[in-house]
Design a protein around this ligand. Structure first.
Ligand code: FAD
Length: 312
């Protein structure tokens, strides 16, 4: 059976959900080899639980000290050593840059932001603000594919998860841009927006009070998002903006409260599996794409929804 290299994200010792999704997708293609930058520690067992036959630890300090280029060299060398059927990355900003560099080194085709990948490597992308689905397949070299969060439901499948150290040879040329500082964002205790299974977003209709939005998000264990109108008004930070010029989310459930449903907002959320919209205007365009529409004032509906979830 051919193998598939999966670049794993381990944050504070824990394997991220998009990584478990990647392993699930990788198993359609072959036997996953997970690559961890730094030390795998307890994460190795989790990676094995979700199908990683092997966990390669790349502990070279240059990968942590310098931006992207050393990691690209390391992944390139791993691909050369393992001859995989494909290389899968999560679709984060950093990973996409590394993936592009790896594809150039391999002289391979690259597909970014896939929302699905089939066993034969055919990948689906959602393009033109989500208006079109495109299926494509890499025809040159080892396919390099970055996959968006929530592209699959993570399914466990026990495998060995044998940890091996991989010693990469990092060139001086790759040590061109150093990490100056890394500042963790203030912890909200909520899941990361782009990978969250549930997102509750607020728009101009909140009138600047995100309290009810945050309260429902916390009851549901959801991330909070915002429309550009809310962000531009200074009501919520730009890091939480969903849409064409913000983040793209693809959760199981997207709750849009006080958001009209402009095309630029839809661009960031229309691959959500289910959409619930709360809007006091029954003609609001968001209702056209909603699985459940509630016509009402969000300041009444959201607290009632929070209370309902609390009672469960
Ligand atoms: P509005 O369109 O003003 O809608 C507010 C809604 O709230 C209305 O439907 C109203 O009926 C409802 N409402 C009011 N009060 C209540 C209440 N009490 N209870 C319930 N409902 C209520 N937008 C994004 O979101 N993300 C982007 O990334 C983005 N990128 C853009 C890029 C470009 C180049 C451009 C030109 C625009 C972009 N926009 C983006 C802006 C976009 O066009 C819309 O202006 C924006 O999405 C509107 O935000 P909104 O729905 O919160 O506000």
């Amino acid at each position: 059976m051919s193998n598939v290299v999966v670049i794993a994200e381990v944050v504070d010792g824990a394997v991220t959900k998009p990584t478990l999704e990647l392993l699930t997708i990788a198993r359609r293609i072959g036997e996953p080899i997970a690559v961890v930058f730094g030390t795998a520690g307890d994460a190795a067992a989790k990676l094995g639980e979700y199908g990683a036959a092997k966990v390669l630890e790349v502990a070279d300090a240059a990968c942590a000290e310098y931006l992207v280029a050393p990691k690209a060299e390391a992944v390139h060398q791993i691909v050369q050593a393992n001859d995989p059927a494909a290389v899968l990355f999560p679709s984060s900003i950093e990973s996409k840059e590394i993936a592009a560099r790896v594809a150039v080194k391999l002289d391979s085709g690259l597909i970014t932001d896939a929302v699905d990948v089939q066993a034969d490597g055919t990948a689906t992308q959602s393009v033109f603000a989500g208006g079109w689905s495109v299926t494509g397949k890499v025809t040159t070299g080892t396919p390099v594919i970055t996959v968006k969060p929530n592209a699959a439901d993570p399914e466990p499948a026990a495998a060995a998860g044998t940890v091996e150290a991989f010693t990469a040879t990092i060139s001086d040329a790759a040590k061109g841009a150093k990490v100056a500082s890394e500042e963790p964002k203030a912890a909200s205790g909520r899941p990361e927006l782009t990978g969250a299974g549930i997102v509750v977003s607020g728009g101009r209709g909140t009138g600047g009070d995100f309290g009810p939005v945050e309260a429902l998000a916390d009851e549901l264990g959801a991330a909070v998002g915002a429309s550009r109108a809310a962000v531009d008004s200074g009501w919520y930070p730009h890091a939480y903006q969903v849409g064409q010029t913000g983040k793209t989310v693809s959760p199981q459930l997207y709750v849009a409260a006080g958001i009209s449903g402009a095309i630029q907002h839809r661009a960031g959320m229309q691959t959500s599996k289910a959409v619930v919209a709360i809007n006091k205007d029954e003609e609001a365009p968001i209702f056209e794409m909603s699985d459940l529409g509630i016509v009402g004032d969000l300041h009444t509906v959201l607290p009632a929804a929070s209370e309902g979830v609390k009672q469960k």
